[in-house]
Ligand binder design. Structure first.
Ligand code: 5GP
Ligand code: ZN
Length: 136
């Protein structure tokens, strides 16, 4: 087992644990983007969050929301990012699904430099068809 988050789940590597259920664990990120940055991970090894059992994803989100509320009360942050990086091209470094919860403060200097395009209506129709007919 070489996965760092599997090792944390197994207790082989320490973490600053915040909460856990039978299937989900939450702990502080070791290189936080902001104070209180935390991660929610499935205990079972799943590389890509969007391939996890939707019920498990729901448990991750449920824990993230509860911890987000608690972190907001504790840190008095002004907002929060909930972020899933899925795949190396999307910025995922640790190949074990994890949901980032990043407390945000006014003028905290953190910016998401994502370029934005413009939705073309013919493509929108094609996209809606292509995606919805593959939903399972
Ligand atoms: P990614 O870029 O894969 O979405 O994010 C991985 C996150 O895991 C990073 O924010 C990084 O700081 C965090 N991380 C990596 N290794 C460890 C570790 O050993 N312990 C903890 N607590 N966080 C880690
Ligand atoms: Zn793992």
């Amino acid at each position: 087992m070489s996965c760092i988050f599997c090792k944390i789940v197994a207790g082989e590597i320490p973490c600053h644990k915040l909460a856990e259920t039978a299937r989900v664990l939450a702990f502080l990120d070791i290189m936080p983007i902001a104070r209180g940055h935390l991660l929610v991970v499935p205990k079972q090894h799943v590389e890509l969050a969007y391939l996890a059992d939707p019920a498990l994803s729901g448990e991750m989100m449920s824990m993230a929301v509860q911890l987000g509320r608690a972190a907001q009360a504790a840190l008095q942050c002004a907002g929060m990012n909930f972020l899933l990086n899925c795949g190396a091209c999307a910025g995922q470094v640790v190949p074990h699904a994890h949901l980032h919860v990043v407390p945000r403060f006014v003028d905290d200097g953190i910016h998401w430099p994502w370029p934005q395009g413009s939705l073309v209506s013919e493509d929108a129709a094609a996209l809606v068809q292509a995606i919805t007919e593959r939903m399972r």
